[in-house]
Design a protein around this ligand. Structure first.
Ligand code: PEP
Ligand code: MG
Length: 568
């Protein structure tokens, strides 16, 4: 049987399936005989204690890796201890004589149902946390072993309904051969994380969990976007060979990680780093990158109940700036909205959040939140080379309005006697309206960065999160290359820095064309660096220009993709 999906990280793998579904046995309706209530209540109280201990220990281990994600487990602890929920469970056991597992299942179910019916996505999304905690309680009730992605005993192919960023946080890279998921588009947040691990991944596989069995042998060919279940011996052998070649190729590619981004003919290509935090792990890539191409600061606001204060943000920004010293750090102001929801801010429900009050628009609606971030940035500016970048810019008015906010925050800080530095101001080119007037934009700003993840969705009118419209989300659409060229030309002509921080800039197939169009600064997550540097090293600018010229003559995305696949 062959399953089809969308490749979010390249490579092949052969191995056995491990279903990761936070699965628990769904209890059946059951009642305790009279007199047995107390024993069930005692067992419930005991597993509640165990659950809290387990959550605390995950939280502590996570705190070292990623403090933001650790907060998720605080929220889970709060649920486990929730007074109303616990009173309900007690009553169901003592008064209705539900068995403990049935009481847990039913009471949580009511809460989950109520949350899911709330129109406010901020509240309805909390149901996911309740589902997580319920799974934990039931696992403990049945004495099932913990399924943790951080402690796998053998190499496996993970098959999940949804591979959440919080799952990725604790992933054991060494024992995960590939990741398969039913949900998730190419540039969904979880896809970007999966890619950052350098593990082959195919997402958007319809009915995956209905099709696979635990320990079933499978071949994953992320390059062909297929999963072959129960492969024949010859297919298995073929893929084992391919897998060995893939591993060797990865090792060869890995050697390029610390080399410079330079073409065969000697032209320097700046390699920037895309980060979402100031974690030491993320910043460790600073030794082999030339800048921070985009710091997605909105992640500082996520997974927490209160907004980060000016001082908190200041310390984060300062750490990144100090780490990069003289090298530029492009700090993007918060890109809240779209697929990025916050629990610390009440975002109104919108029909089309990607076309709504996202990013800069959100900031203009919440000037105080914006001001806090700008103040933190300006204060941190003296510790390095800060370039401030605005996301989701639609017009020159947006830029001018943002400048007023920045000027007013600067004035305030000057009055307070704070020492500040001049910073560069730039924009993301991710909305077609702004790409089409790049010649005007470059007069208004110091630099820009092309955000292809959004530019594609707005150019092609295909939601980047919606697997259903994935075929319309065309990274290689001819319109994309025309818009990219227009933008690069405008900034290069004006002598102003232009960079690329969307996923297309870390696609080894697209890199030659981008360089051929005049791009000299690419930014990506750390995992993509070796493959991109390797591609650059095999390329002359002349060849890149030939490739770009050919791409501009082709008329469909599939023609362009096919051509780029064989161009080098
Ligand atoms: C982009 O849109 O290409 C981008 C880099 O920003 P994000 O993926 O965070 O929207
Ligand atoms: Mg974007």
């Amino acid at each position: 049987m062959v399953l089809k999906g969308k490749s979010v990280a390249p490579g092949v793998a052969v191995g056995s399936i491990s279903i990761y579904n936070d699965i628990f046995r769904i209890p059946s309706e059951a009642f305790v005989p009279e007199g047995g209530e107390q024993a069930h209540l005692d067992k419930y109280n005991l597993i509640k204690k165990e659950a809290l201990e387990e959550l605390e220990s995950i939280k502590l281990s996570m705190q070292k890796l990623d403090p933001k994600k650790a907060d998720i487990f605080n929220a889970h602890k709060e649920i486990a201890e929730d007074i109303i929920l616990n009173e309900e469970i007690h009553a169901k056991i003592l008064k209705n004589r539900f068995t403990g597992d049935w009481a847990i299942y039913k009471v949580y179910d009511t809460f989950i149902g109520m949350l899911q019916q709330t129109p406010d996505p901020l509240i309805s999304e909390r149901s996911v946390d309740f589902i997580d905690v319920r799974a934990l309680f039931l696992r403990l009730w049945y004495g099932q072993k913990k399924y943790s992605l951080s402690s796998l005993n053998e190499p496996v192919i993970i098959a999940a309904s949804d591979f959440k960023p919080s799952d990725a946080a604790s992933l054991d890279n060494n024992n995960v051969l590939a990741i398969l998921a039913e949900q998730g588009g190419l540039t969904s947040h979880s896809a970007i994380i999966a890619k950052s691990f350098g593990i082959p991944a195919v997402f958007g596989i319809d009915e995956l969990l209905k099709s696979v069995k635990q320990k079933q042998i499978a071949v994953v060919d992320a390059d062909k976007e297929i999963v072959i279940l129960d492969p024949s011996l010859s297919v298995k052998k073929k893929y084992e060979k391919k897998y060995a070649a893939y591993r060797r190729d990865r090792e060869d590619t890995e050697k390029y990680r610390t080399s410079e981004g330079r073409t065969l003919c000697g032209v320097k290509i700046d390699i920037g780093l895309n980060i979402a935090s100031a974690d030491d792990k993320e910043l460790s890539a600073s030794v082999y990158t030339d800048s921070v191409g985009v710091f997605r600061t909105e992640f500082i606001y996520m997974g927490r109940r209160t907004l980060p204060t000016e001082d908190e943000q200041f310390l984060v920004y300062r750490k990144v700036l100090e780490c990069f010293g003289e090298r530029p750090v492009i700090l993007r102001t918060m890109d809240i909205g779209g697929d990025k929801k916050l629990s610390c801010v009440d975002l109104p429900d919108e029909e089309n959040p990607f076309l709504g009050n996202r990013a800069l628009r959100f900031c203009f609606k919440h000037p105080d939140i914006f001001k806090t971030q700008i103040r933190a940035c300006l204060r941190a500016s003296v510790f390095g080379n800060l370039w401030l970048m605005l996301p989701m810019v639609t017009s020159l008015e947006d830029i001018r309005k943002a400048k007023e906010h920045i000027a007013s925050a600067r004035k305030e800080l000057e009055k307070e006697g704070k020492s500040l530095k001049d910073i560069k101001l730039g924009v993301m080119i991710e909305i077609p309206s702004i790409a089409l007037i790049a010649d005007l934009v470059c007069k208004e700003v110091d630099f820009a960065s092309i955000g292809s993840n959004d530019l594609i969705q707005y150019v092609c009118a295909a939601d980047r999160m919606n697997v259903e419209v994935e075929p319309y989300y065309q990274s290689y659409h001819p319109a994309m290359f025309r818009l990219i060229k227009k933008t690069i030309d405008a900034f290069n002509d004006a002598g102003k820095p232009i960079s690329f921080c969307g996923e297309l800039g870390s696609d080894p197939k697209a890199v030659p064309a981008l360089i051929g169009l005049g791009m000299r600064k690419l930014s990506m997550n750390a995992t993509s660096v070796p493959a991109v540097k390797r591609t650059i090293a095999s390329l002359t600018v002349k060849k890149a220009e030939e490739i770009a010229a050919k791409v501009l003559k082709l008329s469909t995305a599939s023609e362009i993709e096919k051509y780029l696949s064989g161009a080098l």
